[in-house]
Write a protein that binds this ligand. Structure first.
Ligand SMILES: Cc1ncc(COP(=O)(O)O)c(C=O)c1O
Length: 373
């Protein structure tokens, strides 16, 4: 079946006791056992497993082509739970422009757990090959990347990492399985902030890991979640699954909108550069065409005139909401370095856009008036 059909039915089942078509929300934290002490509904305690979480996981895994999924309280919690399975002495490689939460985690927390990290330009395969060491256990990829929209050749990078015995993890938050399926290109695990496109409405936080194989690694990460406790609430699981139902049509419309806005911005001459993989001028355009079915709804651009010009343009936006985050139906604009804080490595003239469902002509008009001042 086509992806559009599969999202509508992902994890869907009619409630056997009431016939409810929309899934019930099971708030119970604890589950009864029969007289022999066996939990008769398959669950014992909410932190270990619960019906809404299980339903979301059953829905997400096949969308990425994985054997199993685990969902979490946030995207960061998902990624960190995976990294917490690494033995001390491990080495991890992250993209040089990784989502700043993972850079912060790699610099501040991983060393406390005995894990050393390096950052590498993953779109430079020679640099990746040179950075891999015998003790490299994880190669973390993010494509398109946040916020520079760099594109990594997933099949080639995964091939290098796997040849060295490292686990390949791909943060697929920007693309979603609608546009890109890293497990089919050689990744072992896909990570998502479901706060973004899966939820789709800026009203729920969550994270997910989808595993190519439901084996030992899946069990170890499940154990980390169970014991350390970064679980998603039943209501949040319910909201994310509701968002999944419309993922395909939202991604299609929002990606088309982003392509139109990116093209119009580039043609306007009002900005010094546009970073969007769908533009033929993007250095990763050909790779993106090969591994993505459309180019996503995130883009960034550089204001001619530097930091002050970027801040001024953001402040003049009317239709775009000035806010961080992404993936929702309303368009957002942000001066990314300000959002990331003093340690940010993002260029000071960079403005990031999350394109929503508004008409791209209206969005373009808003940006052009904001840039004109
Ligand atoms: C690409 C990417 N990965 C991971 C995260 C972290 O997700 P969360 O905020 O749900 O923890 C984000 C959040 O913005 C993100 O953009």
């Amino acid at each position: 079946m086509k992806f559009e059909t599969r999202v509508v039915h992902a994890g869907h089942r009619i409630d056997p006791t009431t016939g409810s078509v929309a899934p019930p929300i099971y708030l119970s934290t604890t589950f009864a056992r029969d007289s022999e002490g066996t939990p008769f509904g398959g669950h014992t305690y909410i932190r270990e497993s619960n019906p809404n979480q299980e339903q979301l996981e059953d829905g997400l895994a096949p969308l990425e082509g994985g054997e199993g999924a685990l969902v979490f309280a946030s995207g960061m919690a998902a990624g960190i739970a995976l990294l917490q399975t690494l033995p001390p002495g491990s080495h991890a490689l992250f993209p040089d422009d990784a989502y700043y939460g993972f850079r912060t985690a790699a610099e501040e927390f991983l060393p406390q757990w005995g894990i050393r990290s390096d950052f590498v330009a993953m779109d430079d395969l020679a640099a990746l090959a040179a950075a891999i060491r015998p003790e490299t256990r994880v190669v973390w990829l993010e494509t398109p990347s946040n916020p520079l929209l760099k594109v990594v050749d997933l099949a080639a990078a995964a091939g290098l990492a796997r040849a060295a015995g490292a686990l390949v993890v791909v943060d697929n938050t920007f693309a979603t399985p609608m546009l890109q399926r890293p497990l089919e290109l050689g990744a072992d695990v896909v990570m998502h902030s479901t706060t973004k496109y899966f939820g789709g409405h800026s009203d729920v936080q969550g994270g997910a890991l989808v595993f190519a194989r439901r084996g030992e690694l899946y069990d170890r990460v499940h154990h980390v979640r169970h014991v350390l406790g970064a679980v998603a609430s039943p209501f949040n699981c319910w909201l994310v699954l509701r968002g999944v139902r419309t993922l395909a049509c939202r991604m299609a419309a929002q990606s088309a909108g982003a392509l139109a806005v990116a093209g119009a911005l580039e043609a306007s001459g009002a900005v010094s550069a546009v970073h969007y993989p769908g533009l033929p001028s993007h250095p990763g355009h050909e790779i993106a065409r090969r591994q993505m079915s459309a180019f996503g709804a995130m883009l960034s651009f550089r204001a001619a005139g530097g930091r002050q010009a970027a801040l001024a343009a953001v402040s003049r936006a009317r239709l775009f909401t000035r806010a961080t985050s992404l993936g929702s139906i309303e368009s957002l604009i942000e001066h990314r370095a300000t959002s990331e804080g003093p340690a940010s490595r993002t260029p000071q003239d960079l403005i990031r856009l999350s394109i929503g469902l508004e008409h791209p002509d209206d969005l373009t008009a808003d940006l052009l008036q904001a840039l004109a001042g």
